[in-house]
Design a protein around this ligand. Structure first.
Ligand SMILES: NC(=O)c1ccc[n+]([C@@H]2O[C@H](COP(=O)([O-])OP(=O)(O)OC[C@H]3O[C@@H](n4cnc5c(N)ncnc54)[C@H](OP(=O)(O)O)[C@@H]3O)[C@@H](O)[C@H]2O)c1
Length: 348
């Protein structure tokens, strides 16, 4: 019988616990090791996963544990150090978004994966969704013609603080654009893949708290392509619950999808996807529930295929680099109050 793929998990916080659960419930996977710096998190990890080795330090885990792939779900500023250490030991990596908080770090992670010949998947799990991923299938089938306009919009309640408040500390979070809008940049660029690479971006943002003027509550960006198509990515954190919308208009038709939950990780969201092919309007039945908790299970399954068969992940290191790069360029556009060319920024 094929041995289960052994996962080491770095980080056992709000999202890391969902990763642990998705790994543990997959019969093809084994949760071999977990690292978390606080005794309280390690205690909980020991209680929930008594068969896993528990470490205080991620680098110690990489040095001592036997595993095939590391799943990195730590605060974002630590992604590079942990990913690079694991890759240097020849381990495959599932790296949460943002892959890193600077472009240089993102590039060094991609280069390291190439140098050591390991697989790197980035946590843009919305691509695996029965709803957001289905949109890509509909676009690929030509149902709405060539997409010319994409809107990805979220309104939600404020972010969680994160372990020791890292999400409200710019030196550790990088920015709030790298937290959630990064998923929307990823989706919009994916939907507009047929238009080539984006050429120009402009962003606007503001904060309602003068104590953190550059951690933006309201953020909007537009980026365009040489053929005239463009995308709008927009988010407000000054709202309530969790409501996401995607609209795509093409040369023939259009589609509209929305997702709503009291919380982002609800197991009972409401969701729909409507497609207009230019003649008739159809309500698409979603084959599975849509939501990040469900997509995470698909992501773990995809990593098992990546380790066993070398199957390319749906979001590669280069996709992670693009998404982080668009976020960082948006921040620069806000600072300079003007549109900026993509230029050489993402040349790799
Ligand atoms: N793809 C998605 O949809 C999605 C969703 C949410 C979050 N994320 C990303 O996932 C990452 C974690 O977010 P979160 O919400 O889970 O944050 P969190 O709740 O603050 O959890 C962070 C965890 O990392 C641990 N940690 C800190 N330093 C560590 C180290 N050196 N080695 C190992 N663990 C360490 C913390 O340990 P203690 O518990 O011991 O303090 C905590 O368990 C972030 O990069 C975030 O952007 C992605």
């Amino acid at each position: 019988m094929t041995q289960p793929v052994r996962f080491a998990l770095a980080g056992f916080g709000a999202w890391g616990k969902f990763h642990a659960q998705s790994i543990a419930e997959n019969p093809e996977a084994r949760l071999a090791a977990i690292s978390a710096p606080s005794e309280s998190s390690r205690e909980e990890a020991r209680r929930l996963y008594p068969d896993a080795l528990i470490f205080e330090d991620s680098l110690e885990m990489i040095a001592q544990a036997d595993f095939d792939i590391i799943d990195i779900v730590t605060p974002s500023h630590m992604h590079r150090v942990i990913a690079v250490a694991a890759m240097q030991k020849g381990k495959h990596v599932l790296l949460e978004k943002p892959m890193a908080i600077t472009l240089e770090d993102c590039k060094s992670i991609v280069a390291c994966a190439q140098q050591y010949g390991v697989h790197l998947a980035v946590g843009h799990e919305l691509r695996l969704s029965s709803q957001w991923g289905r949109i890509k299938d509909i676009i690929n089938a030509g149902t709405i013609g060539d997409p010319q306009y994409v809107l990805v919009e979220l309104s939600r309640k404020p972010y969680r603080q994160g372990a020791s408040g890292w999400r409200y500390d710019q030196s550790r979070v990088g920015s709030w654009v790298l937290e959630e809008p990064i998923h929307f940049f990823d989706l919009a660029r994916w939907y507009l893949e047929g238009s080539g690479d984006p050429v120009e971006l402009q962003a606007y943002a503001n904060s309602r708290d003068p104590e953190r003027p550059t951690l933006y509550d309201n953020f909007s960006a537009m980026f365009k392509y040489a053929n005239g198509s463009y995308a709008v990515v927009s988010q407000t954190l000054a709202a309530f619950e969790h409501h996401q919308t995607v609209k795509v208009s093409g040369t023939k038709g259009a589609l509209w999808a929305a997702w709503s939950g009291a919380l982002d990780r609800t197991l009972e969201p409401t969701a729909f996807l409507k497609v207009f092919d230019g003649e008739k309007l159809e309500d698409v039945t979603l084959t599975k529930q849509s939501g990040e908790v469900f997509e995470l299970r698909e992501e773990i399954a995809q990593c098992i295929d990546m380790v066993r068969f070398g199957k390319k992940p749906i979001a590669t290191g280069l996709d992670g680099l693009w998404s982080a790069g668009l976020c960082l360029l948006a921040e620069e556009s806000i600072r300079q109050s003007k549109p900026l060319p993509l230029g050489e920024l993402l040349q790799f």
